[in-house]
Design a protein around this ligand. Structure first.
Ligand code: SF4
Length: 283
């Protein structure tokens, strides 16, 4: 839940702005499968993925008329709230997922260290955590992540072509940097996974991705595009920019045939590479 927005604009430039807010709570009960709690220290996401379906959150966070990817609220009192909420989570037990409607490794996190401060509190209580990010900044926190008894570190990747990635995920780290995160995390002993999502018709080459990441991951999860939560207008424009016909994309993405072929291929590659396959989400 959010409290009131303070007047303090931390940073503003031509394309986006970041402001402070005072939150009322910082951990929410999750309805996602296999997840008990979600932790979102920021509101919005400056990675600005064209297909992102978290944009619907704008309606509930005072950003209804603002474009997704142009605003970010910093929950300035997150560590203070966590100190109160984490002991209760410890009593009830359960896994906390970092970032269900944002990415906890926003570019400004390098300066603010908000996620890092919160990680220290989770660590003190040894709360089991699961992180999913598209930003190589997570490497900064490997020293903390290694000290958790239960910590999963996932990197989201579904496009290897840098030009396509920059159009569709303009604020996130480039594909090679994300592969490097997995490699370095794996070699430093972390429990790593890849989230292949969304798997794009015409763009995602699952075999090529496997070739690059298979040695560094223990399990994978995947997701097909979710085109039904107010993201289609924006996403179809981005597809046009990279010469993909949006109608054709949609037709294929929503077909049973695409789901079956993708599912079969993922299973086969996981088996071949001895990687656990935890399933594919379809909307
Ligand atoms: S990184 Fe995740 S939360 Fe952020 S814009 Fe992309 S898909 Fe949405």
């Amino acid at each position: 839940m959010l409290g009131k927005k303070s007047k303090n604009i931390l940073l503003r430039n031509k394309t986006n702005y970041i402001s402070e807010i005072i939150a009322k709570t910082i951990i929410t009960k999750s309805k996602l499968p296999g997840v008990d709690y979600c932790f979102n220290p920021y509101v919005g996401c400056l990675h600005g993925c064209a297909y992102c379906y978290a944009r619907f959150m704008g309606r509930f966070t005072g950003h209804a008329n603002e474009k997704w990817g142009t605003y970010l609220d910093w929950k300035v009192n997150a560590p203070e709230l966590l100190k109160k909420e984490v002991p209760k989570i410890k009593e009830r037990s359960g896994i906390v997922v970092f970032g269900s409607v944002t990415d906890c490794y926003q570019p400004i996190e390098e300066k603010l260290e908000l996620t890092r401060e919160c990680l220290k509190i989770f660590l003190e209580y040894q709360i089991p955590i699961s992180i999913l990010t598209k930003n190589a900044l997570v490497k900064r926190d490997f020293d903390l992540l290694r000290q958790f008894k239960h910590c999963e570190l996932g990197v989201s990747i579904s496009i290897l072509d840098k030009y396509h990635q920059q159009i569709l995920e303009p604020g996130a780290s480039d594909p090679q940097e994300r592969i490097d995160v997995l490699r370095e995390a794996f070699s430093s002993g972390l429990n790593t996974y890849a989230f292949l999502g969304p798997i794009h018709p015409f763009l995602t080459n699952i075999e090529d991705i496997f070739e690059k990441i298979a040695p560094f991951i223990k399990f994978i999860m995947a997701e097909l595009p979710n085109l039904h939560c107010g993201n289609w207008d924006n996403f179809s424009k981005a597809l046009t920019k990279i010469n993909i016909n949006p109608n054709e994309y949609k037709r294929v993405a929503e077909s049973n045939d695409f789901y079956q072929k993708t599912n079969n291929l993922l299973r086969k590659l996981c088996q071949k590479n001895k990687i656990e396959f935890r399933g594919i989400f379809r909307h």
